[in-house]
Design a protein around this ligand. Structure first.
Ligand code: NAD
Length: 423
């Protein structure tokens, strides 16, 4: 991996920049560069063939200054420790930006779920949960879904942790099904948060929502929910892509029909949806998608997608980072110079962790909320964070990314300073 694409290097570089901007105490800056705790585990399982295969897994806790560590679990063949370290740090900032009482963490297993049976996936999840069980818990570190993990996997995690404890512990993970103590609105919360942010930023840019166009890279949990909410608000979604290719329709894709089509097939991909222009292969589709002249470009797949290689192609007015770390710092600086407004990931996709927080609160109180209350509270938290970040960016004349980092890092640094250094 080139250094431009190393996510941990990027995360530290971003922290260094904000430290300079706010004149951060040198000692606190040094402390925040490193994860508090890294656990590397071997995850041996029996495959259905009867053979044993060993997978590599990680759980990284970056900070617990403001509360228990919090962050998703990723299953992907390209998972690396540096990626998980970066994602854990970004979780710390994300929770601080929306002012929920959590630190940051992330977990991952190097595996390809597409090549595994359901039983193998369950064995992997249960063994991985047991291995990281020594550092997770409702008052210590609370995992959630991320790329290639879902409510079913969270159910196995909750059950495994509970079996090891000897009693049910619903608050150990969030993103669970409703029947196991999940929260209404959690599954689509990240996309809803992105849509709330889109509405706010379009208003600030004086672009009418019903005349706005959007292109979305990635059509999984976040991409699909974002597309569905934006479509419902009147935004025309002119392109979407996933790992199989991309759909293009300048008149707007029928998102309702596309979702129905995806639900009718096993692989959950957009491939084969006939009514729109199709580009085969993610590389080719993304190249086309990033070139589109749209109001909103929304990367919602993986990190390091907009780099110095393709940044000159970008013609969008606004980029909303629904994925974590989709723009490299070098590309980000070029976008800034080009006057393209970027809403950073730690603000844009914070809707998921916000409703995860609501889920955890409901689990701890064994008292569950109505969907309208979840929505109302989510809107309140995201709008408030957006306006705080936008205000800082205008007041200090900095990018929205820098403004979000100023708000987040200052909050974490203040907590660290007040707590002092043990012993
Ligand atoms: P997911 O696995 O549900 O979906 C990922 C999507 O990206 C799939 O449609 C996949 O086909 C597509 N994809 C993969 N490689 C691609 C490529 N090269 N080009 C185009 N599409 C590609 O994952 P998700 O939960 O939607 O997460 C997406 C991003 O959002 C990740 O960066 C994740 O960390 C971030 N995120 C997720 C949540 C959440 O609640 N799920 C919360 C905050 C941030």
């Amino acid at each position: 991996m080139s250094e431009e694409l190393n996510p941990y290097k990027i995360a530290v570089q971003q922290l260094d920049e904000v430290a300079r901007e706010i004149n951060l105490d040198e000692g606190i800056h040094e402390k925040l560069k490193y994860p508090k705790r890294i656990l590397t585990v071997s995850v041996p399982i029996y495959l259905e063939s009867g053979k044993i295969k060993v997978y590599q897994g990680y759980r990284v806790q970056h900070s617990i200054e403001r509360g228990p560590a919090k962050g998703g679990i990723r299953y992907h063949p390209d998972v690396t420790l540096d990626e998980i370290k970066a994602l854990a740090m970004w979780m710390t900032w994300k929770c601080a930006v929306v002012n929920i009482p959590y630190g940051g963490a992330k977990g991952g297993v190097v595996c390809n779920p597409a090549e595994m049976t359901l039983k193998e996936l369950e064995h992997l999840t249960r063994r991985y949960t047991s291995e990281i069980g020594i550092i997770i818990g409702p008052e210590k570190d609370i995992p959630a879904p991320d790329v290639n993990t879902n409510p079913a996997i969270m159910s196995w995690m909750m059950d495994t942790y509970s079996m090891n404890k000897g009693y049910s512990v619903p608050g150990v993970v969030t993103g669970k099904p409703l029947a196991l103590g999940g929260s209404k609105g959690r599954f689509t919360a990240t996309g809803k948060g992105v849509a709330i942010i889109a509405e706010d930023i379009l208003k600030k840019q004086k672009i009418g929502i019903s005349s706005a166009t959007a292109a979305i890279q990635g059509y999984g949990n976040v991409g699909r929910a974002t597309a569905t909410f934006l479509h419902g608000m009147g935004v025309s979604i002119v392109a979407v892509s996933d790992k199989t290719g991309g759909l293009f329709n300048p008149d707007g894709i029928d998102i309702g029909m596309l979702n129905k089509y995806i639900d009718s097939k096993d692989d959950c991909s957009i491939k084969g949806f006939k009514s729109d222009g199709w580009v085969e292969g993610s590389k080719e589709a993304n190249r086309e998608l990033f070139k589109l002249t749209v109001d909103l470009l929304i990367p919602a797949a993986l990190e390091s997608q907009i780099t110095t290689e393709n940044v000159s192609d970008i013609k969008a007015t606004i980029i909303i980072e629904a994925a974590n770390g989709p723009i490299t710092p070098e590309a980000d600086a070029i976008l800034n110079d080009k006057g393209i407004l970027v809403v950073p990931d730690i603000l844009a996709n914070a809707g998921g962790v916000t409703v995860s927080y609501f889920e955890w609160v409901q689990d701890l109180q064994a008292m569950f909320w109505k969907e309208k209350d979840v929505d109302k509270n989510l809107c309140e938290v995201i709008h408030k964070a957006f306006h705080r970040v936008y205000g800082i960016s205008k007041k200090r004349g900095v990018s929205m990314r820098m403004a979000a980092y100023i708000l987040a890092v200052q909050r974490v640094a203040d907590a660290a300073k007040m707590r002092g250094l043990y012993p």
